[in-house]
Design a protein around this ligand. Structure first.
Ligand code: AKG
Length: 146
């Protein structure tokens, strides 16, 4: 399905070296989305089962006047991926392309600037901590992974 862009956001505000792409998606689309991300060299994805509702109040055919209530929550999966700035648009495009059915309930993507990344095992910070062995950086360079 084609992606319709009413507005693009090329000027990131605020500017950051890393961003978290937080996508609220249909549970049955998660496998396809994560495979597609893996194929493009993205490593490091966190998923959570969540429940929520959007503008339609959790119902694709919301009756006029019906109230938002707990029973309108719909099961979704929240997928969180932290990537460097140069990967953000590609990740957003891929998720949108694979997750989109065109029907109400496809979900949303939030972009969150990240101040720093710390790898617990080594104490590495920033670029070194964000980079994953076997990931996109290794695929695009001839330098063997450290
Ligand atoms: C919403 O509450 O805005 C929805 O999109 C409901 C439809 C759904 O998520 O299945």
């Amino acid at each position: 399905l084609p992606i319709v862009r009413a507005q693009s956001s090329p000027d990131y505000t605020p500017d950051a070296q890393f961003y978290k792409v937080e996508a609220i998606l249909r549970p049955w689309r998660i496998q396809q989305v994560s495979s597609a991300l893996l194929k493009m060299g993205i490593r490091g994805v966190t998923v959570s089962d969540v429940r929520g509702f959007g503008a339609q109040g959790g119902s694709p055919e919301r009756q006029a006047g019906s109230e938002f209530s707990e029973d309108k929550f719909v099961a979704k999966v929240k997928m969180e991926i932290v990537v460097s700035k140069d990967q953000v648009e590609a990740v957003i495009d891929k998720i949108s392309e694979v997750a989109r059915t065109g029907e109400i309930g496809d979900g949303k993507i939030f972009l969150v600037p990240i101040s720093d990344v710390i790898r617990v095992r080594t104490g590495e910070r920033g670029e070194l901590a964000e980079r994953m062995t076997g990931g996109r950086t290794d695929m695009s360079t001839t330098t063997p992974p450290a």
